[in-house]
Design a protein around this ligand. Structure first.
Ligand code: GLC
Length: 535
């Protein structure tokens, strides 16, 4: 049992994609002052921490995940002072602020890379991964970039290839070089001293690569049309020996600043993901658990299995977490439909562990339409279907032009999704059964019922496998969550469970008492039920 849980254990994290949140200065791109002006909304909604995707100076080849200076703010987003204000204003509202930290690669215009590429004897040459061509002039091995094509780029001037696991404008840093580590840790210190509450660390599981640069096996299941990142199996580019030492170093640095959170972006199978908590729980606090995003299909049976196996696989004392959407994957309301997304939201906010919500998902926002000539994301360059621009369209604030994201008359960097006149904050705040009202009610319940944050998790056996039922229990309180993953009405039979009182239906229209031995869930309905007369 937890003695004093940390804020990142009881709290809910909300991901802001700064370009798309709120444009306060009419240039069509969201900014830091825009985020500050919406803090009251986030407080009203009931989240506890904001994670900002990168806000550092960048040529924006990968929208800020290509950093040209780790210790400043890009003028598109404002100035350093605007970030100080945002931190201070967030803290004044009891909101935490988490920054994105991108250690795997810099931008190719970062001064370190400029120096490194200038000639083979430069003292920063070894800060990146340079190799000679093969005798026939080809790249040093078969590694492919996550965005398509070879991960090696030939540099005419110095006659060697450099490694870029992502875009050609994102050269990979050499984390085997202690000077790189020191410089990158200095960047962390810079922000910790300014008061940020932690970091989401980008591509954490790929920081080290095989020293011998052995070829990766190709993924036998990959077919043309699948995303480029799945083309190879990352045997020699992912989760390499030595990585945990780095993860521990980052953690101990954060710990030296008190209660800061360390979240790791890690796409790995469960058993390997768990290692990132550290043998002594001395690595990431929250290795991101992406299974609600990556598990194929959306079926009660599979999701139950995922939740049970995750719970079972957690090391002793490790704190779980769940992610339903992010800036890299299609939105949940697009994947499963807006009605079923309400069930998914109840799932996210009632499972055990820290939830991370992607901006706009609280409205039931769907992927937007982006005309081909506006697609920009490097992941879409080989196949526009895989562009991530669709899930990055402007936050839908109200029904005025540009969804209230940019002033009328301004052309936002991406157009607002067509359905914004109906699905937006202002309209949904008025709707007693809107997606937003549902999300806010769930967040309120989560805050007021300790069982939903601190309680145990136990899935419940029952025969209807289109529904997932589980229990959260804490001291003398017990709650059942019953989720219908289908569009049809379903009957659930739970022997020996007594009576229950509905605290919330995702349809937001019932609060009756149920006989738990047999009850009905309408299509796309989820229920949060307080069990009575048991304890
Ligand atoms: C992470 C980010 C993604 C970015 C990539 C390269 O996966 O979430 O947006 O493109 O890293 O930095």
């Amino acid at each position: 049992m937890l003695q004093t849980p940390s804020w990142w254990q009881t709290g809910v994290i909300y991901q802001v994609y700064p370009r798309s949140f709120f444009d306060s200065n009419g240039d069509g791109i969201g900014d830091l002052s825009g985020i500050t002006s919406k803090l009251d909304y986030l407080r009203w909604l009931g989240v506890d921490a904001l994670w900002l995707s990168p806000i550092y100076p960048s040529p924006m080849a990968d929208f800020g995940y290509d950093i040209a200076n780790y210790i400043d703010v890009d003028p598109i987003f404002g100035a350093l002072q605007d970030l100080d204000i945002l931190i201070q204003q967030a803290h004044a509202r009891n909101l935490k602020l988490i920054l994105d930290y991108v250690p795997n690669h810099t931008s190719d215009v970062h001064p370190w890379f400029q120096e490194s590429r200038s000639n083979r004897t430069n003292e920063k040459r070894d800060w990146y991964i340079w190799r000679d061509p093969t005798p026939d002039g080809g790249p040093p091995n078969n590694w492919t970039s996550f965005f398509g094509g070879s991960a090696w780029q030939f540099d005419e001037q110095s006659g060697q290839y450099y490694l870029h696991m992502f875009d050609v404008k994102q050269p990979d840093l050499n984390w085997r070089n202690p000077l790189v580590r020191q410089a990158m840790y200095d960047a962390l210190r810079f922000w910790l001293e300014r008061g940020v509450d932690g970091f989401r660390v980008d591509v954490l599981w790929m920081l080290l690569k095989d020293e011998q640069l052995r070829d990766n096996p190709m993924n036998p299941d990959w077919k043309p049309g699948d995303p480029a990142y799945a083309r190879q199996l990352g045997h020699y580019t992912e989760d390499q020996p030595g990585i945990h030492e780095i993860v521990r170093e980052i953690r101990s640095l954060l710990d030296s600043y008190g209660e800061r959170v360390f979240i790791g972006e890690i796409y790995l199978p469960l058993s390997r993901l768990m290692h990132y908590y550290g043998e002594m729980l001395d690595e990431a606090h929250l290795p991101f658990n992406f299974q609600l995003i990556t598990t194929p299909g959306w079926e009660a049976r599979t999701i139950r299995q995922v939740a049970d196996e995750y719970e079972k696989g957690l090391p002793d004392g490790a704190w779980p977490n769940w992610v339903l959407g992010n800036h890299d994957r299609p939105r949940i309301a697009t994947r499963v439909g807006r009605e079923q997304a309400r069930v998914a939201q109840m799932l996210l906010l009632t499972l055990r562990g820290t939830p991370t919500c992607y901006y706009g998902d609280e409205l039931g926002m769907q992927n937007g339409y982006v005309p081909p000539d506006l697609l920009y994301d490097p992941q879409g360059k080989d196949n526009p279907e895989h562009s991530r621009d669709y899930e990055r369209t402007p936050m839908q604030w109200d029904s005025t032009a540009n969804a209230g994201f940019s002033a009328p008359g301004v052309t936002p960097w991406l157009p607002a999704a067509d359905d914004y006149p109906t699905y937006n904050v202002a309209a949904e705040q008025q709707g007693p059964r809107s997606f937003l009202t549902l999300t806010r009610t769930l967040l309120n319940l989560r805050r007021s019922l300790p069982a939903l944050t601190l309680g145990s998790y136990q899935s419940v056996d029952q025969e209807n496998d289109t529904c997932f039922v589980y229990q959260r229990e804490y001291e003398d309180q017990r709650y059942l969550i019953a989720l219908n993953f289908s569009q049809q009405e379903q009957i659930i039979k739970l022997p020996e469970q007594g009576q229950g009182r509905i605290l919330l239906s995702t349809h937001m229209d019932r609060a009756d008492t149920l006989d738990l031995s047999e009850f009905r869930l309408r299509g796309n309905e989820g229920l949060l039920i307080q069990q009575e007369g048991l304890i």
